[in-house]
Design a protein around this ligand. Structure first.
Ligand code: CAO
Length: 549
């Protein structure tokens, strides 16, 4: 075993670069060419690979340290035969003999293009060809971002595209000023030295040292990636701040980097940020812009929720006791995503009230007795649907949906009801409930509830609702706060009715009281309207003749 110092190799013109990522820690076994740290300048980030295989003994840098050629990165314990000492901080020429990995990441210097190479004619006005300058040992690098578009006025040294290899990403600045006439590359194109990037037209004053003149010293990547003048500002369209390995990870997962909030130093996007973003999209708590664009119009103008939430806690439950894991049924997965979105995106408020259904329940029981032989049982829920239709007619903003800045007021009355099934909650819809009687509604509800339990509801059975009722009356409880079924704007929850002493002004009377819980979208409805809606519903349920008025 021998200890080997791993140093920052020739990184070209970079005076000092910042350590933005530590990719290994003491005790880690690293392979030759494995990236150890990521460093970054204004315009480029690159990973510094190990020249040897071995075990990390000691890290000699920490985050935000400034390093340059020759700075000690770490010490590595290396098996005897492999312990060839790392070359001393190499001047450009020596860097060519540096271990392959280092040479790959930080190409040896061959020329000094301060920016993209310009054809000799560039000095004159007229069309100017901008070509990929000498970018060192890089071959076949991918264009990962196009920072300009045809018609843009380009300043000399303004970044045109970003290219990326396995280990480094860099912006290629323009060698001249002018108006962009033609872009010769697009995202994903593979480019090499000398490839035509763009054609500019106009006042072409190429920047000094633009000609792709070979130079004895000063490396390529650095000069291609970094502007000659430190003061050159990043273009507005600059890439989000992330190292090449993070970019690669994001690409593999299809994560749009521009939408990820970086929580690393100076807003840098880290692997954890990519993971947190992916998790948020998967759980439905956020959407990518592409998803938002494809999705039906949200219930208010705008895209995803963009919540700045902590990652979901990861707990090893077996530390506390035995557990069993079960896959969520398909319906639960679908409803979970919808419920989560609705809960997060709709500002819910819930009003509770009670309706006196003493007479209505007596009537319902009487009807069912009279029609004992009939297969159709009249249910309280059918009355609730009918009463809700009357309330929706009286308060049309409850029979509505938000579409951007507009409220869509519906002139039809389709009422959904939540049905509990062994596989999860489903929400079938009674269409045109205003045109149907209590018996027909009861019958349809029975059929739909059976279909739900048998898992045979079609998408048509579950679409088009204006308002939903969730009844726990057959089970129990007093009140609850149902989640609105977007893009509806309200939902009525009902619990189990019970006899209660109700003061009639002179004495307490035993009355059958039905607890009502109305959740409403505060963007559309206000508290007074909700209180009136509940009160009206209560009046109808107390005396159903009001429906006829
Ligand atoms: N108060 C007191 N008793 C009630 C009642 C109420 N509000 N509502 C129903 N009941 C009684 C019924 O009268 C019936 O009693 P009998 O058998 O003696 O006649 C019993 O409860 C069972 O009713 P039901 O549940 O079969 O019928 P329903 O019309 O009330 O409901 C359905 C049908 C499909 C809505 C129901 O089976 C169901 O799935 N409910 C659960 C919905 C749910 O999970 N909601 C929560 C969603 S989270 O937001």
């Amino acid at each position: 075993m021998a200890l080997v110092d791993i140093q920052v190799p020739d990184i070209g013109d970079f005076d000092e670069v910042t350590v933005i990522e530590l990719l290994v820690k003491p005790g880690d076994t690293v392979k030759a060419e494995q990236s150890l740290i990521t460093v970054e300048s204004d315009k480029a980030s690159m990973e510094i690979p190990s020249s040897h295989a071995g075990v990390v003994k000691e890290l000699k840098v920490k985050l935000d340290d400034k390093v340059k050629r020759g700075s000690l990165v770490l010490t590595l314990e290396v098996a005897g035969a492999e312990a060839i000492p790392v070359p001393a901080p190499a001047p450009a020429a020596a860097a060519q003999q540096a271990p392959a990995a280092a040479a790959q990441a930080l190409p040896a210097s061959q020329s000094t293009p301060a920016s993209a190479a310009t054809a000799p004619a560039a000095a004159a006005s007229g069309p100017i060809e901008v070509r990929v300058p000498n970018i060192g040992d890089f071959k076949d690098v991918a264009v990962i971002e196009v920072l300009v578009k045809v018609g843009d006025s380009i300043k000399a040294e303004q970044s045109l595209v970003t290219v990326e290899s396995d280990k480094a990403s860099m912006e290629i600045p323009s060698s001249a000023a002018g108006v962009l006439k033609e872009l010769k590359v697009k995202l994903g194109d593979i480019v090499n030295i000398g490839d035509l990037l763009a054609i500019l037209e106009g006042s072409a004053a190429p920047v000094a040292a633009t000609a792709a003149a070979p130079a004895a010293s000063a490396p390529a990547v650095a000069t291609a990636a970094m502007p000659a003048h430190e003061s050159t500002a990043l273009p507005q369209t600059a890439l989000p701040h992330a190292s090449p390995s993070v970019r690669k990870f994001a690409r593999e997962l299809g994560v749009p980097l521009a939408e990820v909030k970086g929580r690393g130093p100076k807003g840098r996007i880290t692997l954890d940020d990519i993971q947190a973003f992916t998790q948020a999209v998967m759980t439905g708590s956020t959407r990518t812009q592409a998803q938002a664009a494809k999705a039906p119009a949200p219930s208010v103008g705008g895209g995803g929720a963009g919540l700045d939430l902590l990652p979901w806690p990861k707990v090893d439950f077996t530390r506390f006791g035995p557990v069993e894991r079960q896959d969520l049924p398909r319906i639960k997965k679908i409803s979970a995503a919808n419920l989560h979105r609705n809960w997060v995106m709709i500002p819910h408020v819930c009003n509770h009230d009670d309706a006196d259904i003493t007479d209505l329940e007596a009537f319902r029981v009487q009807m069912n007795k009279e029609n004992e032989k009939a297969a159709i049982k009249i249910t309280m829920l059918a009355f609730l649907i009918k009463a809700s239709v009357a309330a929706l007619k009286k308060f049309p903003q409850f029979n509505a949906s938000l579409d951007g800045d507009q409220l869509v007021l519906k002139q039809y009355y389709h009422v959904a009801f939540a049905a509990d099934t062994p596989n999860g909650l489903v929400v079938p819809v009674i269409k045109d409930a205003d045109k149907k009687g209590i018996v027909q509604i009861s019958q349809e509800m029975g059929e739909l509830a059976k279909k739900a339990r048998d898992g045979k509801l079609s998408p048509a059975d579950m679409s088009g609702a204006c308002f939903t009722i969730s009844s726990l009356g057959g089970i129990g409880g007093r009140y609850f706060t149902p989640i609105i079924n977007a893009p509806e704007v309200a939902i009525l929850g009902v619990c189990k009715s019970q006899m209660e002493p109700v003061w009639d002004g002179k004495t307490f009377q035993p009355r059958l009281m039905l607890p009502l819980s109305l959740s409403w979208d505060h963007r559309v409805i206000d508290g007074a309207a909700a209180a009136r809606f509940n009160a009206y519903l209560g009046q109808i349920l107390a005396d159903f003749r009001r429906v006829l008025l």
